[in-house]
Ligand binder design. Structure first.
Ligand SMILES: *Cc1c(COP(=O)(O)O)cnc(C)c1O
Length: 499
């Protein structure tokens, strides 16, 4: 080996600059013409595999310039573009451009935000981000927490803290098998699938979930909740926690958080709120009342990579008394020398959650909170909601569309042909085929929801690029696809009827 080392993985200054500047130029062009591209290229796995080629692990290296250039082409031309103004599917936002720069910067310095000593400024930035997120959603900044990969992890992180805090036995030491009575958790039927993964992961089992039915407005039926808890207590179960939803994933409904909180207090249960999607709307004075009771939560999950427009991945867990996180996750192995800095207590994030080595996710959130500010976010979120309402109104006025629901920034609607005699099965089939066509056609990307047995098209607007013009055009696209498919489907139905 030579005295000075030449690593094949390093890039010299000129090379890094050249490749980097080119990449930034290309990204800039991509972002600023994103509306000209199809939302999705709709290519099959085998087409994509053929483009990648089937070669085995490269024996020798290639220049970074060539690789980055080919890869930008691959990504720009063969991706679904959730930054497109007509991408309104699921709950994935357009990513803030400053978030892309933040990720580049974070990866370049590469702090390990598991321990303060390894990430001094990054740890303090993450702490400030957590504090600002508390202010954002209107809870006390005495809540503590951390950034995680997304809503699932944010909910898991809180779930385990709840289990540690509220189970009568010391599960942490004795294991779940000695928890005498079966622990039970309560959530509405509309709760996201994370709850199933959580009870599997943390040993309660799926039978521990009490799926509480919703009332006419699709909120958890709190009377039924209380009866179920009483019943369980009578039968020797051990109720652990209630999960309220602040913006359900299908239709955006927020549970009655005040009532849930009162029930939790009465029965000494942990009150968790899944606000992965909806919690940021609490920043808008006009919608604040929906979130009344959020201040009472023992823990809250929210997802900056949804309505704060952070690039994937960024979720966040907030806990009213952060000591519960430390009680759950902290341990002090002999190989960590992370104790004090000058007599001040330093916060080590590995003690707050499941991860050990941690990336600097907070940076992109911290930067966009400052770029946009409280007032900017209030405006952005309000506009998303206004656009969602506009979509609902246009659908309501249109003689071939039926507006079904509108909450926060989620609208559900369906196509109903004029000449139709309202056979729900036919409408379900028709709307499902409309959705399939929309998801592959590249003009607009919607998802689906089943509302009261009706198969609906669902638009969730967490997209700062969507405009009124897009909404008007989307109405046109849905109806023209609907007309075409109805013609085709009803002809097939008639054929089979006459056979
Ligand atoms: C999106 C969502 C989740 C899951 O979050 P991920 O970031 O996809 O892990 C959980 N709950 C609700 C209400 C959501 O909207």
């Amino acid at each position: 080996m030579a005295k000075t080392r030449k690593s094949p993985i390093d890039m010299n200054r000129e090379e890094f600059q050249k490749v980097g500047y080119q990449l930034i130029d290309d990204i800039s062009n991509f972002i600023h013409s994103i509306d000209q591209k199809p939302v999705t290229p709709n290519e099959s796995p085998s087409t994509l595999q053929a483009i990648l080629g089937h070669s085995s692990l490269p024996e020798n290296g290639k220049p970074a310039k060539e690789l980055i250039s080919r890869t930008t082409d691959l990504l720009f031309n063969h991706s679904l573009l959730n930054g497109h103004p007509k991408f309104l599917g699921y709950i994935t936002s357009s990513a803030a451009p400053i978030g892309a720069l933040a990720d580049l910067l974070a990866a370049s310095v590469n702090p390990n935000v598991g321990a303060h000593i390894l990430s001094p400024i990054a740890t303090e930035i993450e702490k400030q981000t957590v504090k600002w997120l508390c202010e954002f959603i209107g809870v006390s900044s005495n809540y503590g927490g951390l950034l995680v990969s997304g809503g699932n992890m944010a909910n898991f992180t809180a779930f385990l803290a709840a289990r540690t805090a509220k189970s009568p036995k010391n599960i942490k030491e004795d294991g779940i098998q000695n928890a005498t009575n079966q622990l039970t958790v309560y959530c509405s039927k509309t709760t996201h699938t994370w709850i199933e993964k959580a009870v599997i992961l943390f040993g309660l089992g799926t039978k521990s979930i009490r799926w509480i039915a919703t009332d006419a407005s699709n909120k958890m039926d709190t009377q039924l909740l209380e009866t179920t808890i009483k019943e369980d207590l009578k039968n020797n179960y051990t109720p652990l926690m209630v999960v309220g939803t602040a913006g359900d994933v299908s239709t955006g409904v927020v549970d009655n958080l005040n009532e849930l909180s009162a029930i939790c207090k009465k029965y000494d249960l942990w009150f968790h709120i899944d606000g992965a999607y909806g919690a940021p709307a609490a920043i808008v004075p006009k919608y604040k009342h929906l979130f009344e009771g959020i201040k009472e939560a023992d823990s809250i999950a929210l997802d900056p990579h949804k309505w704060l427009y952070s690039p994937l991945e960024a979720g966040c867990t907030l806990v009213k008394n952060p000591q519960h996180l430390i009680d759950t996750y902290s341990s002090h192995p002999e190989y960590y020398n992370f104790s004090n800095t000058d007599g001040e207590m330093a916060q080590n994030f590995y003690e707050y959650g499941l991860q050990n080595s941690r990336g600097f996710r907070a940076l992109k959130v911290w930067l966009s909170l400052q770029q946009v500010g409280r007032s900017g976010y209030e405006a952005l979120i309000t506009e998303d909601i206004e656009l969602s309402k506009m979509l609902f109104d246009l659908a309501q006025k249109h003689n071939e569309l039926e507006a079904v629901s509108q909450n926060l920034s989620i609208t559900t609607l369906r196509y109903v042909p004029i000449d139709h005699d309202t056979d729900n099965d036919y409408l379900n089939t028709l709307n499902e085929s409309i959705l399939n066509e929309l998801q592959t056609g590249g003009e607009v990307f919607l998802s689906n929801a089943i509302v009261k047995e009706q198969y609906c098209l669902r638009a969730c607007i967490v997209n700062f690029r969507t405009s009124e013009k897009d909404i008007e055009e989307i109405i046109g696209i849905i109806t023209s696809v609907g007309t075409k498919l109805h013609k085709k489907l009803s002809a097939v139905t008639k054929d089979t009827e006459t056979e």
